[in-house]
Design a protein around this ligand. Structure first.
Ligand code: ADE
Ligand code: ZN
Length: 357
């Protein structure tokens, strides 16, 4: 695989930061950990609230942004579920998804695997069909207009019951062709993956691929459960795996991808500062880690900003950035041939001419 250093990309620079920013932005990448409800920017929240006549407790966009001060996952989730209440109609889910895809495209995302939380909406009386039809229409448009591919992953809310997850799976079955996999998200601590074993068994039998959030705030034991009981093919976050050397061995030996979200982890105080984030150590241990944005409207940046923040704080090398981008495709649910095409695009990008200084 070509791995030539583009002239001056990450070296000394008379305009510090600029060339690296362009390198990161243009680097072909996949996004594997993105909650569509977490892309609701305050401006769009106000626009949709206005057209749907949904009252908001905030008077302005600035006031909304000021409220985005979290000290843990639950603080964030409370406001995230509140924001999602403006979404009522198919058009709302379409517009939300379309806005994300355009933004991600500008950040060099070629392929996106997108989570949606149907229970956040069906619990308010919005039909499952309304949610998925709006999202799906935007995904089709992006394939056609932006040449961006995508997969959709239905997440069960783990703070709700396993029975509620089972009902949601029933609602999803008529849309089986539009959904690649199932995942598990929401409040982690006190809600172990093992509670959802039966629903994941059924989902896999119906042909869904399995992923799960684990080891974000919860202990390494939850990662073991996600692997052994849910048969998760990918772990979302998983950053606490380093506390358990046997677990790291297993993740490395089985090439289990970890979808890491640096800005999210710092905002939610999984790490106190970006300098303390363990992304560099995860890479050094040979884990298949990728960089993702989780809930970019809430955490202060889309995917390129996550790469930049991690790169600056952790002094990631050009080769580490390339490794993260390659891992994002390798860890995706694309076919081997599609993966090869994207890896070749990264090689072409690396070998390409240096831009004007
Ligand atoms: N839902 C949206 N973002 C999440 C996160 N970071 N962890 C768990 N559930 C989520
Ligand atoms: Zn997440």
């Amino acid at each position: 695989m070509a791995d030539r250093l583009p002239f001056l990309y990450l070296g000394a620079d008379t305009r510090p930061g600029v060339r690296v920013d362009e390198f990161i932005r243009d680097l072909p990448k996949a996004e594997l950990h993105l909650h569509i409800e977490g892309t609701l920017e305050p401006e769009l929240m106000f626009e949709i609230a206005h057209r749907n006549r949904v009252p908001l407790r905030f008077g302005s966009v600035e006031e909304v942004r000021r409220a985005y001060r979290f000290s843990n996952l639950q603080d964030f989730l409370d406001i995230y579920y509140e924001g999602a209440k403006v979404l009522l109609h198919e058009r709302d889910f379409h517009d939300l998804t379309r806005a994300y895809l355009e933004r991600a495209h500008a950040d060099g995302v070629r392929h996106a695997e997108i989570f949606f939380d149907p229970q956040t909406h069906t619990g308010r009386g919005v039909p499952f069909e309304t949610v998925i039809t709006g999202i799906h229409r935007a995904l089709e448009e992006a394939e056609r207009d932006l040449r961006m591919s995508s997969r959709l992953i239905l997440c069960f809310l783990r703070h709700l019951s396993a029975e509620a997850a089972m009902t949601t799976l029933d609602q999803a079955l008529p849309f089986r062709e539009w959904i690649a996999g199932v995942g598990l998200d929401s409040s982690e601590v006190g809600h172990p993956p093992s509670r959802f074993r039966a629903v994941f068994d059924r989902a896999r039998a119906a042909g869904f691929l399995a992923v799960a959030h684990a080891g974000e705030e919860g202990p390494p034991a939850y990662i073991w459960e996600a692997l052994d009981q849910l048969k998760a093919l990918r772990i979302d976050h998983g950053v606490r795996c380093l506390e358990d050397p046997k677990l790291v061995e297993r993740l490395v030996a089985h090439h289990v991808p970890l979808t890491v979200c640096p800005l999210s982890n710092v905002k939610l105080r999984v790490f106190r500062t970006m300098e303390e984030h363990n992304l560099g150590r995860l890479l050094e241990r040979g884990l298949c880690v990728s960089v993702n944005s989780d809930d970019p409207a809430y955490f202060g940046g889309y995917i390129a900003e996550n790469y930049r923040a991690a790169r600056d704080a952790l002094r990631l090398t050009r080769d580490q950035l390339l490794c993260l981008a390659r891992n994002s495709f390798l860890g995706s649910f694309l076919s081997p041939m599609e993966k090869r095409g994207h890896l070749e695009d990264i090689d072409l990008f690396v070998a390409g001419p240096a831009p004007e200084v």
